[in-house]
Design a protein around this ligand. Structure first.
Ligand code: SF4
Length: 336
């Protein structure tokens, strides 16, 4: 059984996991909250944290990179997408609750070497760790990402950003692009309803930017929960404080898992997009198709990347510059 890192041995055989801010105190024979880190120690012998789900994969698919969503990293490319089980938060609107709660989904063991070999054979320029929360599988991720780097494959991470700083630094040093959920600008909502901490997520975003990882952010907009314009204003102001070039995806919620609130109206997303657009240069709608998802040059309005669903064409760039006005573009079109 693969050993876990990021834990401390406490009295009576208890393991205190320090990977995420939950800092679970795990008794012998028990799992931590995320359901993937287990104490196989005993009162007599002391704690021993292991990873019964090391390399256990719930899904592999080849997706458009835009589906993550990442709009400014190798637009129009496909990404070798990998999913796991478990989660360290408990969002009641989880879109993938069958895997995040590990509800009997079939799993396949794939070693890191095999995963990279499959990714390479797929011809995709990147691997995305996505679908469920990958951070809680940090040891496996680190092994896969290190191997991907050696094979010139880009490492993408789609995450809730709920991880302690020391552990995140290791991963971010291997990551090329991340999409981080900023699920709300409301500390109480984050803690009570989602089981996370807003300040930890914001620190993760800041650390990713400092580590020179390409960053995009997503907010799933839920009626009556986080659709207050002041929340979008605060999220966009925070991101703009790091860089006004960070893309923000505002996605419409649909009833799922424990939430049966009505779906977010398109008009809400459009209104919030215009609020965020005062602070950020690139704000995109998700799960609605009311207006264009094209990327335009903020200086002259030329379409740089044309999107029609997942049909994506880079048409207005000359190298890293707008082909019309010559303004520098933040879109990453090459990985080597
Ligand atoms: S990673 Fe899992 S076991 Fe560790 S503190 Fe977080 S929820 Fe608990």
């Amino acid at each position: 059984m693969q050993s876990a890192r990021y834990y401390k041995k406490e009295e009576s055989g208890v393991a205190r996991c320090i990977l995420c801010p939950r800092q679970c105190k795990i008794k012998p024979s028990a799992f931590g909250y995320c359901g993937v880190r287990k104490n196989v120690g005993s009162v007599e012998a002391g704690a021993e944290l292991v990873l019964p789900y090391y390399g256990m994969i719930s899904a592999i698919a080849i997706d458009p990179v835009e589906k993550k969503p990442l709009y400014h990293f190798l637009p129009g490319s496909k990404t070798f997408s990998v999913g796991y089980v478990g989660c360290n938060m408990h969002c009641p609107f989880c879109q993938n609750y069958h895997i995040s709660r590990n509800l009997g989904v079939p799993l396949e063991y794939v070693s890191a070497e095999e995963l990279i070999a499959r990714a390479k054979a797929s011809g995709c320029p990147s691997i995305a760790h996505t679908y469920s929360e990958a951070l809680i599988h940090l040891e496996y991720l680190e092994e896969c990402m290190s191997l991907a780097k050696k094979n010139n494959i880009a490492n993408l991470l789609v995450t809730n950003g709920f991880i302690e700083k020391d552990a995140s630094a290791i991963l971010l040093s291997l990551c090329d692009a991340v999409n981080v959920d900023i699920k709300a600008w409301d500390k109480a909502f984050y803690e009570r309803e989602l089981g996370g901490k807003l300040e930890t997520v914001l620190a993760f975003v800041e650390a990713a930017v400092s580590a020179k990882v390409h960053v995009e952010a997503t907010t799933l907009v839920i009626p009556g929960k986080n659709d207050d314009p002041e929340q979008t204003e605060s999220i966009s102001r925070f991101l703009a404080g790091l860089s006004a070039d960070i893309p923000l995806h505002l996605s419409a919620y649909r009833p799922m898992y424990k939430y049966d609130l009505p779906a977010t109206p398109a008009s809400t997303i459009i209104k919030l997009k215009s609020i965020a657009g005062k602070n950020l240069k690139y704000v995109y709608e998700g799960n609605i198709y009311e207006s264009s998802a094209d990327t335009k040059c903020p200086k002259c309005g030329t379409v740089l990347v044309k999107r029609y669903g997942y049909n994506v064409k880079t048409i207005g760039l000359k190298g890293d510059f707008c082909a019309n006005c010559g303004a520098k573009s933040p879109i990453i079109t090459k990985f080597d």
